[in-house]
Design a binder for this molecule. Structure first.
Ligand SMILES: Nc1ncnc2c1ncn2[C@@H]1O[C@H](COP(=O)(O)OP(=O)(O)O)[C@@H](O)[C@H]1O
Ligand SMILES: [Mg+2]
Length: 321
């Protein structure tokens, strides 16, 4: 593994665009995505379904052709030199795609052989990775016999057979239970500690928040913000967000005098959102204001400063990942 933390970015996209041709017409998946990932980072692309996460990863891993802009891995352009790019990256797609005809060990060894390892080097590397992933006891198991978490760990190990510099994980924990998710996070972190750069996509706010060094929030093919979680939270005000949902439209409410510390309020359909340093004592006034218009309160939520409150501040809507 080469490069230093904080040196030239190992991944770079500049104004990346993608238009898919489909039977129902063109689909504009990316409208200019620019991100940089530094060597050794654990970087997350966070966004709801259809945001363009898989398309971005697809371009960086040479599987999807961009319609505009550029993308490079370790300075190598993905369109001009896809073969050299592929030698440097490991990819775990959203589907996982282990070979179901082969057992766990064979899945890894075949991949090693494909990348030019000798049979004995491939077996050594596979054994090492299976040990590392806590999978040594499953090496003779068929893929169909694995739990969801084990299958994902095998897919990650397989992607690392040729010692890539960068690991791409497209929604590595989608569809697994919370406990498995946390243990997969640990596995990913351990690989990163060994010097691997990791780019993952996720639609889970908590995953981006708890796992990643830096996060790019994307939606509708655009980067809304890109920074560390704490910088995103501070930059967007670092407020607590109190949301009151009424049983009818909230736009005609006369709001009570709001105490100091309230930075802004937003009306969104049946709800009012208050962004404030602290939300003590706000709720009573909002209930009274509703009652004055014959509105009852359906529910109340409080989001403390976090990636979730940052998302609310950036987009003006709840995150619906
Ligand atoms: N092969 C394709 N043909 C047409 N449209 C596609 C194709 N792949 C993705 N899209 C569309 O591009 C947009 C972005 O998709 P995708 O990158 O898969 O998002 P995400 O991974 O964030 O869910 C969506 O509107 C999706 O429907
Ligand atoms: Mg996807």
């Amino acid at each position: 593994m080469s490069g230093e933390r904080g040196a030239e970015p190992v991944l770079r996209t500049v104004a990346l665009r993608k238009t898919y041709r489909s039977r129902s017409g063109p689909v504009e998946a990316l409208h200019g995505i620019s991100v940089e990932v530094r060597t050794g980072e654990l970087f997350g692309i966070l966004g709801p379904n259809g945001a363009g996460k898989s398309t971005t990863i697809g371009i960086l891993t040479t599987l999807v052709r961009p319609s505009g802009g550029s993308a490079s891995v370790a300075g190598i352009d993905v369109v001009r030199d896809p073969v050299r790019v592929r030698a440097r990256i490991g990819v775990v797609s959203q589907a996982g795609n282990l070979d179901r005809e082969l057992n766990v060990l064979e899945n890894l060894v075949f991949r090693g052989r494909y990348f030019g390892l000798t049979a004995s080097a491939a077996r050594r590397r596979a054994a090492e990775l299976l040990e590392r992933g806590g999978l040594a006891h499953r090496s003779r198991a068929m893929v169909t016999e694995l739990s969801g978490g084990q299958a994902r760990r095998v897919a990650i190990a397989r992607a690392l057979m040729h010692r890539p510099e960068v690991l791409f994980l497209d929604e590595p924990t989608a569809g697994v239970d919370p406990q498995t998710r946390i243990s997969l996070w640990q596995t990913v972190r351990e690989y990163q500690r060994d010097g691997l750069t990791v780019l993952l996509t996720t639609h889970h706010l908590a995953e981006a928040e708890q796992l990643c060094d830096r996060v790019a929030i994307i939606d509708h093919g655009r980067v809304l913000a890109c920074d560390t979680v704490s910088a995103l939270t501070t930059r967007t005000g670092g407020d607590t967000v109190l949301t009151v949902r009424y049983d009818g439209p909230a736009q005609d409410l006369t709001l009570p005098e709001l105490p100091p510390g309230v930075r802004k309020t937003e009306v969104d359909g049946d709800r009012i959102r208050v962004f404030a340093a602290h939300t003590d004592g706000l709720l009573g006034g909002l209930i009274t204001a509703g009652a004055a218009r014959g509105l009852g309160v359906r529910d109340v939520t409080t989001v403390t400063p976090s990636l979730e409150s940052a998302y609310l501040a950036l987009t003006g809507k709840e995150y619906a990942g």
